[in-house]
Design a protein around this ligand. Structure first.
Ligand SMILES: [Zn+2]
Length: 88
């Protein structure tokens, strides 16, 4: 018995190839659209963090270069984006 479910609507997939992931073309499109929107949203939030980090560093180093303590930038709200990122 095939217990596979559609990745989008979670209805059972009753017909088709054994590796079929979606019950219909519309579910496949909706799933992929949702996935694309999620990527755009992640990118947008990363851009906000980068902009905020830039503002903090610009405030601490108005000439564009210099050395600051990590604890100082962290206290000002600098976000270590590298800690948040994960490579699939
Ligand atoms: Zn479906």
């Amino acid at each position: 018995m095939n217990n596979k479910k559609c990745l989008y609507c979670e209805e059972p997939i009753l017909v088709g190839r054994s590796d079929k992931k979606f019950c219909s073309l519309s579910c496949k499109d909706a799933y992929n659209n949702q996935k694309s929107l999620r990527k755009i949203s992640d990118r947008s939030s990363h851009e906000k963090i980068i902009h905020q980090n830039y503002k903090i560093l610009r405030k601490l180093c108005p000439k564009g270069h210099g050395t600051v303590r990590k604890s100082t930038v962290e206290e000002m709200g600098h976000n270590d984006l590298a800690k948040r990122c994960s490579v699939p």
